[in-house]
Design a protein around this ligand. Structure first.
Ligand SMILES: NC(=O)c1ccc[n+]([C@@H]2O[C@H](COP(=O)([O-])OP(=O)(O)OC[C@H]3O[C@@H](n4cnc5c(N)ncnc54)[C@H](OP(=O)(O)O)[C@@H]3O)[C@@H](O)[C@H]2O)c1
Length: 310
Protein backbone atom coordinates (compact mmCIF):
# COMPACT_ATOMS: atom_id res chain seq x y z
CA UNK A 1 0.00 0.00 0.00
CA UNK A 2 1.33 3.44 -0.95
CA UNK A 3 2.50 5.39 2.09
CA UNK A 4 2.90 9.07 2.71
CA UNK A 5 5.06 10.75 5.33
CA UNK A 6 3.65 13.38 7.69
CA UNK A 7 5.79 16.23 8.99
CA UNK A 8 5.79 14.45 12.36
CA UNK A 9 7.86 11.67 10.74
CA UNK A 10 4.94 9.23 10.88
CA UNK A 11 4.26 7.21 7.72
CA UNK A 12 0.60 6.66 6.95
CA UNK A 13 -1.29 4.71 4.28
CA UNK A 14 -1.93 7.15 1.44
CA UNK A 15 -5.39 5.71 0.76
CA UNK A 16 -7.97 6.49 3.41
CA UNK A 17 -11.50 5.14 3.74
CA UNK A 18 -14.04 7.79 4.61
CA UNK A 19 -17.16 7.13 6.63
CA UNK A 20 -19.53 9.90 5.55
CA UNK A 21 -22.73 7.87 5.00
CA UNK A 22 -20.49 4.86 5.50
CA UNK A 23 -23.04 2.17 4.73
CA UNK A 24 -24.64 4.15 1.91
CA UNK A 25 -27.74 6.31 1.49
CA UNK A 26 -30.15 6.25 3.23
CA UNK A 27 -27.91 5.70 6.21
CA UNK A 28 -28.47 2.45 8.03
CA UNK A 29 -26.42 2.90 11.15
CA UNK A 30 -26.67 -0.76 12.08
CA UNK A 31 -24.35 -1.62 9.21
CA UNK A 32 -21.88 1.29 9.40
CA UNK A 33 -19.70 -0.66 11.82
CA UNK A 34 -19.85 -3.73 9.57
CA UNK A 35 -18.52 -1.96 6.47
CA UNK A 36 -15.80 -0.24 8.52
CA UNK A 37 -14.81 -3.63 9.92
CA UNK A 38 -14.74 -5.00 6.34
CA UNK A 39 -12.39 -2.16 5.37
CA UNK A 40 -9.98 -3.17 8.14
CA UNK A 41 -10.37 -6.87 7.33
CA UNK A 42 -9.47 -6.12 3.70
CA UNK A 43 -6.27 -4.37 4.85
CA UNK A 44 -7.53 -0.79 4.93
CA UNK A 45 -5.64 0.88 7.74
CA UNK A 46 -6.51 4.56 7.41
CA UNK A 47 -10.03 5.46 8.56
CA UNK A 48 -11.46 8.95 8.18
CA UNK A 49 -14.45 9.98 10.28
CA UNK A 50 -15.83 13.17 11.83
CA UNK A 51 -18.14 14.02 14.70
CA UNK A 52 -20.66 15.46 12.22
CA UNK A 53 -20.94 12.12 10.37
CA UNK A 54 -22.72 10.80 13.47
CA UNK A 55 -21.04 7.41 13.34
CA UNK A 56 -17.94 7.62 15.52
CA UNK A 57 -19.55 4.93 17.72
CA UNK A 58 -19.70 2.63 14.70
CA UNK A 59 -16.06 3.32 13.90
CA UNK A 60 -15.27 2.59 17.55
CA UNK A 61 -17.18 -0.70 17.43
CA UNK A 62 -15.44 -1.79 14.24
CA UNK A 63 -12.00 -0.85 15.55
CA UNK A 64 -12.60 -2.65 18.85
CA UNK A 65 -13.78 -5.74 16.97
CA UNK A 66 -10.65 -5.67 14.81
CA UNK A 67 -8.41 -5.22 17.85
CA UNK A 68 -10.05 -7.84 20.02
CA UNK A 69 -10.11 -10.43 17.25
CA UNK A 70 -6.36 -9.94 16.80
CA UNK A 71 -6.79 -8.70 13.23
CA UNK A 72 -4.69 -5.59 13.90
CA UNK A 73 -2.84 -3.83 16.67
CA UNK A 74 -3.74 -0.28 17.60
CA UNK A 75 -0.44 0.96 16.14
CA UNK A 76 -1.34 -0.51 12.74
CA UNK A 77 -4.39 1.71 12.44
CA UNK A 78 -4.53 5.37 11.57
CA UNK A 79 -7.80 6.87 12.80
CA UNK A 80 -8.75 10.43 11.98
CA UNK A 81 -11.70 12.41 13.26
CA UNK A 82 -12.69 16.08 12.98
CA UNK A 83 -13.80 19.03 15.04
CA UNK A 84 -17.13 20.36 13.80
CA UNK A 85 -17.50 24.05 12.92
CA UNK A 86 -19.77 24.89 15.85
CA UNK A 87 -16.90 24.30 18.27
CA UNK A 88 -14.18 26.65 17.13
CA UNK A 89 -12.95 27.67 20.57
CA UNK A 90 -10.55 26.49 23.24
CA UNK A 91 -13.36 24.97 25.31
CA UNK A 92 -14.96 23.51 22.19
CA UNK A 93 -11.81 21.70 21.07
CA UNK A 94 -11.14 20.23 24.52
CA UNK A 95 -14.69 18.98 25.07
CA UNK A 96 -15.30 17.77 21.52
CA UNK A 97 -12.16 15.67 21.34
CA UNK A 98 -13.11 14.01 24.63
CA UNK A 99 -16.54 13.16 23.26
CA UNK A 100 -15.04 11.79 20.05
CA UNK A 101 -12.56 9.62 21.94
CA UNK A 102 -15.33 8.25 24.11
CA UNK A 103 -17.41 7.31 21.06
CA UNK A 104 -14.38 5.87 19.26
CA UNK A 105 -13.38 3.93 22.42
CA UNK A 106 -9.83 5.18 21.95
CA UNK A 107 -7.42 7.00 24.23
CA UNK A 108 -5.85 8.97 21.39
CA UNK A 109 -6.62 9.77 17.76
CA UNK A 110 -3.93 9.52 15.13
CA UNK A 111 -5.15 12.71 13.52
CA UNK A 112 -7.52 15.46 14.62
CA UNK A 113 -8.62 17.85 11.89
CA UNK A 114 -10.52 21.11 11.97
CA UNK A 115 -13.40 20.23 9.64
CA UNK A 116 -13.60 23.64 7.98
CA UNK A 117 -12.28 27.15 8.48
CA UNK A 118 -15.78 28.57 8.89
CA UNK A 119 -17.38 28.93 12.30
CA UNK A 120 -21.11 28.28 12.04
CA UNK A 121 -22.49 29.29 15.42
CA UNK A 122 -22.20 32.98 16.09
CA UNK A 123 -23.05 32.12 19.70
CA UNK A 124 -20.78 34.18 21.92
CA UNK A 125 -20.03 31.23 24.18
CA UNK A 126 -18.61 29.28 21.29
CA UNK A 127 -17.21 31.95 19.01
CA UNK A 128 -13.43 32.16 19.18
CA UNK A 129 -11.73 35.53 19.49
CA UNK A 130 -9.92 34.52 16.36
CA UNK A 131 -9.12 31.29 14.57
CA UNK A 132 -5.82 31.40 16.45
CA UNK A 133 -7.58 30.35 19.67
CA UNK A 134 -8.83 27.18 18.01
CA UNK A 135 -5.42 26.33 16.59
CA UNK A 136 -3.74 26.93 19.96
CA UNK A 137 -6.18 24.43 21.50
CA UNK A 138 -5.35 21.95 18.73
CA UNK A 139 -1.64 22.41 19.53
CA UNK A 140 -2.37 21.59 23.17
CA UNK A 141 -4.02 18.33 22.08
CA UNK A 142 -0.88 17.45 20.17
CA UNK A 143 1.35 18.37 23.15
CA UNK A 144 -0.72 16.18 25.47
CA UNK A 145 -0.64 13.20 23.10
CA UNK A 146 -4.44 13.07 22.80
CA UNK A 147 -3.99 13.75 19.08
CA UNK A 148 -0.84 12.29 17.55
CA UNK A 149 -1.14 14.77 14.68
CA UNK A 150 -3.26 17.83 13.94
CA UNK A 151 -4.43 19.38 10.71
CA UNK A 152 -7.12 21.22 8.81
CA UNK A 153 -9.67 20.77 6.04
CA UNK A 154 -10.99 23.06 3.33
CA UNK A 155 -8.22 25.62 3.78
CA UNK A 156 -7.18 27.77 0.83
CA UNK A 157 -3.64 29.06 0.28
CA UNK A 158 -4.71 32.38 1.82
CA UNK A 159 -6.13 30.75 4.95
CA UNK A 160 -3.11 28.45 5.36
CA UNK A 161 -0.81 31.45 4.98
CA UNK A 162 -2.64 33.24 7.78
CA UNK A 163 -2.54 30.12 9.99
CA UNK A 164 1.18 29.58 9.42
CA UNK A 165 1.92 33.12 10.59
CA UNK A 166 1.14 32.14 14.17
CA UNK A 167 1.16 28.32 14.19
CA UNK A 168 3.73 26.83 16.57
CA UNK A 169 2.87 23.46 15.07
CA UNK A 170 2.40 23.21 11.30
CA UNK A 171 -0.71 21.23 10.30
CA UNK A 172 0.25 17.78 8.99
CA UNK A 173 -2.58 17.67 6.46
CA UNK A 174 -4.95 19.94 4.57
CA UNK A 175 -7.90 17.79 3.45
CA UNK A 176 -9.70 19.34 0.48
CA UNK A 177 -11.85 18.30 -2.47
CA UNK A 178 -9.65 17.21 -5.37
CA UNK A 179 -10.01 15.13 -8.55
CA UNK A 180 -9.24 15.76 -12.23
CA UNK A 181 -12.02 18.38 -12.52
CA UNK A 182 -10.71 20.30 -9.46
CA UNK A 183 -7.01 19.65 -9.20
CA UNK A 184 -6.06 22.59 -6.97
CA UNK A 185 -2.50 22.62 -8.28
CA UNK A 186 -1.53 25.89 -6.63
CA UNK A 187 -2.72 24.57 -3.26
CA UNK A 188 -0.97 21.23 -3.86
CA UNK A 189 2.33 23.01 -4.56
CA UNK A 190 1.86 25.35 -1.62
CA UNK A 191 1.20 22.44 0.76
CA UNK A 192 4.25 20.61 -0.59
CA UNK A 193 6.45 23.65 -0.03
CA UNK A 194 5.29 23.91 3.61
CA UNK A 195 5.55 20.20 4.47
CA UNK A 196 1.78 19.79 4.62
CA UNK A 197 0.24 16.69 3.05
CA UNK A 198 -2.41 17.54 0.46
CA UNK A 199 -5.25 15.12 1.12
CA UNK A 200 -7.89 14.74 -1.58
CA UNK A 201 -11.47 13.96 -0.61
CA UNK A 202 -14.22 13.10 -3.12
CA UNK A 203 -11.68 11.67 -5.59
CA UNK A 204 -14.50 10.00 -7.55
CA UNK A 205 -16.55 13.19 -7.78
CA UNK A 206 -18.66 12.25 -4.75
CA UNK A 207 -21.32 10.32 -6.72
CA UNK A 208 -23.41 9.70 -3.59
CA UNK A 209 -23.43 13.28 -2.29
CA UNK A 210 -26.78 14.44 -0.97
CA UNK A 211 -29.31 16.74 -2.66
CA UNK A 212 -27.87 19.86 -0.97
CA UNK A 213 -24.71 19.41 -2.97
CA UNK A 214 -26.27 18.28 -6.22
CA UNK A 215 -27.47 20.12 -9.33
CA UNK A 216 -29.03 18.47 -12.37
CA UNK A 217 -26.29 19.67 -14.71
CA UNK A 218 -23.34 18.54 -12.57
CA UNK A 219 -20.89 16.53 -14.70
CA UNK A 220 -20.37 12.88 -13.69
CA UNK A 221 -16.67 12.30 -13.25
CA UNK A 222 -16.95 8.49 -13.23
CA UNK A 223 -18.59 8.67 -16.67
CA UNK A 224 -16.02 11.00 -18.20
CA UNK A 225 -14.94 9.51 -21.59
CA UNK A 226 -11.25 10.09 -20.87
CA UNK A 227 -11.47 8.34 -17.49
CA UNK A 228 -13.47 5.46 -19.01
CA UNK A 229 -11.10 5.11 -21.95
CA UNK A 230 -8.03 4.89 -19.70
CA UNK A 231 -9.85 2.38 -17.48
CA UNK A 232 -10.67 0.25 -20.51
CA UNK A 233 -7.06 0.31 -21.71
CA UNK A 234 -5.85 -0.95 -18.32
CA UNK A 235 -8.81 -3.30 -17.85
CA UNK A 236 -9.72 -1.67 -14.53
CA UNK A 237 -12.70 0.33 -13.20
CA UNK A 238 -12.93 4.10 -13.78
CA UNK A 239 -12.88 4.58 -10.00
CA UNK A 240 -9.47 2.90 -9.84
CA UNK A 241 -8.06 5.26 -12.46
CA UNK A 242 -9.24 8.25 -10.44
CA UNK A 243 -7.82 6.93 -7.17
CA UNK A 244 -4.44 6.16 -8.71
CA UNK A 245 -4.31 9.56 -10.43
CA UNK A 246 -4.55 11.16 -6.97
CA UNK A 247 -1.98 8.82 -5.41
CA UNK A 248 0.47 9.25 -8.29
CA UNK A 249 0.55 13.01 -7.77
CA UNK A 250 1.66 12.48 -4.18
CA UNK A 251 -1.65 13.21 -2.50
CA UNK A 252 -3.31 11.26 0.27
CA UNK A 253 -6.67 10.15 -1.12
CA UNK A 254 -9.85 9.82 0.94
CA UNK A 255 -12.52 7.78 -0.80
CA UNK A 256 -15.48 5.80 0.45
CA UNK A 257 -16.91 2.43 -0.49
CA UNK A 258 -19.90 0.76 1.07
CA UNK A 259 -19.47 -2.74 -0.30
CA UNK A 260 -16.71 -5.29 0.19
CA UNK A 261 -16.14 -5.43 -3.59
CA UNK A 262 -15.58 -1.68 -3.86
CA UNK A 263 -13.29 -1.68 -0.84
CA UNK A 264 -11.23 -4.34 -2.65
CA UNK A 265 -11.24 -2.34 -5.88
CA UNK A 266 -10.02 0.76 -4.06
CA UNK A 267 -7.16 -1.15 -2.43
CA UNK A 268 -6.26 -2.79 -5.74
CA UNK A 269 -6.10 0.65 -7.36
CA UNK A 270 -2.89 1.26 -5.39
CA UNK A 271 -1.02 -1.16 -7.66
CA UNK A 272 -2.22 0.35 -10.95
CA UNK A 273 0.46 2.26 -12.89
CA UNK A 274 -0.77 5.13 -15.03
CA UNK A 275 1.51 6.16 -17.90
CA UNK A 276 2.71 9.73 -18.39
CA UNK A 277 0.25 9.96 -21.26
CA UNK A 278 -2.64 8.77 -19.07
CA UNK A 279 -1.71 11.33 -16.42
CA UNK A 280 -1.46 14.11 -18.94
CA UNK A 281 -4.90 13.26 -20.39
CA UNK A 282 -6.40 13.25 -16.90
CA UNK A 283 -4.61 16.51 -16.06
CA UNK A 284 -6.26 17.95 -19.16
CA UNK A 285 -9.71 17.54 -17.57
CA UNK A 286 -9.21 20.44 -15.14
CA UNK A 287 -12.21 22.78 -15.23
CA UNK A 288 -12.38 24.13 -11.69
CA UNK A 289 -15.56 22.18 -10.99
CA UNK A 290 -16.34 21.75 -7.29
CA UNK A 291 -18.93 19.11 -6.26
CA UNK A 292 -19.06 20.09 -2.59
CA UNK A 293 -19.55 23.83 -2.84
CA UNK A 294 -20.26 24.25 0.90
CA UNK A 295 -23.12 26.71 0.25
CA UNK A 296 -24.42 26.54 3.85
CA UNK A 297 -21.25 28.20 5.09
CA UNK A 298 -21.95 31.41 3.18
CA UNK A 299 -22.77 34.34 5.43
CA UNK A 300 -25.35 36.89 4.26
CA UNK A 301 -23.91 38.90 1.41
CA UNK A 302 -21.10 36.43 0.75
CA UNK A 303 -20.62 34.60 -2.53
CA UNK A 304 -19.06 31.18 -3.01
CA UNK A 305 -16.02 32.95 -4.45
CA UNK A 306 -15.67 34.77 -1.10
CA UNK A 307 -15.65 31.61 0.97
CA UNK A 308 -13.13 29.97 -1.38
CA UNK A 309 -10.94 33.12 -1.52
CA UNK A 310 -11.23 33.37 -5.31
N1 LIG B 1 -13.20 17.22 5.21
C1 LIG B 1 -14.29 17.38 4.52
O1 LIG B 1 -14.89 18.48 4.49
C2 LIG B 1 -14.83 16.23 3.72
C3 LIG B 1 -15.83 16.45 2.76
C4 LIG B 1 -16.30 15.37 2.02
C5 LIG B 1 -15.80 14.10 2.25
N2 LIG B 1 -14.83 13.91 3.19
C6 LIG B 1 -14.31 12.54 3.47
O2 LIG B 1 -14.02 11.93 2.25
C7 LIG B 1 -14.73 10.68 2.14
C8 LIG B 1 -15.05 10.39 0.72
O3 LIG B 1 -15.90 11.39 0.20
P1 LIG B 1 -16.87 11.09 -1.01
O4 LIG B 1 -17.87 10.09 -0.61
O5 LIG B 1 -17.34 12.39 -1.52
O6 LIG B 1 -15.78 10.43 -2.01
P2 LIG B 1 -15.74 9.73 -3.40
O7 LIG B 1 -14.65 8.73 -3.27
O8 LIG B 1 -15.66 10.73 -4.47
O9 LIG B 1 -17.13 9.00 -3.56
C9 LIG B 1 -17.40 7.85 -2.83
C10 LIG B 1 -18.66 7.26 -3.39
O10 LIG B 1 -18.37 6.69 -4.64
C11 LIG B 1 -19.01 5.45 -4.76
N3 LIG B 1 -18.07 4.47 -5.30
C12 LIG B 1 -17.04 3.88 -4.66
N4 LIG B 1 -16.40 3.04 -5.48
C13 LIG B 1 -17.07 3.09 -6.65
C14 LIG B 1 -16.91 2.43 -7.87
N5 LIG B 1 -15.95 1.52 -8.04
N6 LIG B 1 -17.76 2.74 -8.85
C15 LIG B 1 -18.74 3.63 -8.67
N7 LIG B 1 -18.96 4.29 -7.53
C16 LIG B 1 -18.13 4.01 -6.53
C17 LIG B 1 -19.33 4.99 -3.38
O11 LIG B 1 -20.64 4.49 -3.45
P3 LIG B 1 -21.14 3.40 -2.41
O12 LIG B 1 -21.37 4.17 -1.14
O13 LIG B 1 -22.40 2.91 -3.02
O14 LIG B 1 -20.08 2.35 -2.28
C18 LIG B 1 -19.18 6.18 -2.49
O15 LIG B 1 -20.40 6.61 -1.93
C19 LIG B 1 -15.94 10.87 3.05
O16 LIG B 1 -16.51 9.65 3.47
C20 LIG B 1 -15.34 11.65 4.19
O17 LIG B 1 -14.69 10.76 5.07
C21 LIG B 1 -14.33 14.95 3.91
Amino acid sequence: MAAICLNTGKKIPALAFGTWNASGMPRSSSSDDEIIFQVIAANGRHIDTASIYGNEEDVGKAVQRALSSGLVKRDDLFVCTKLWCAYHSRVGVASEVRLSLEKLQLDYVDLYLIHAPWSIKPDSALKPKSFMETWRAMEELYDSGVARAIGVCNFTVKKLDELLEYARITPVINQVESHPYLQQNELLEYCRSKGIVFSAFSPLGSPKRGPNNRRDDDPILLDDPVVCDIAQQHNVYPAQVLLQWGLQRGAAVVTKASTKERVGQALDACTLQLSLEDVSRLDGLECGFRYLRMEPFKRPGQTLADIWDQ
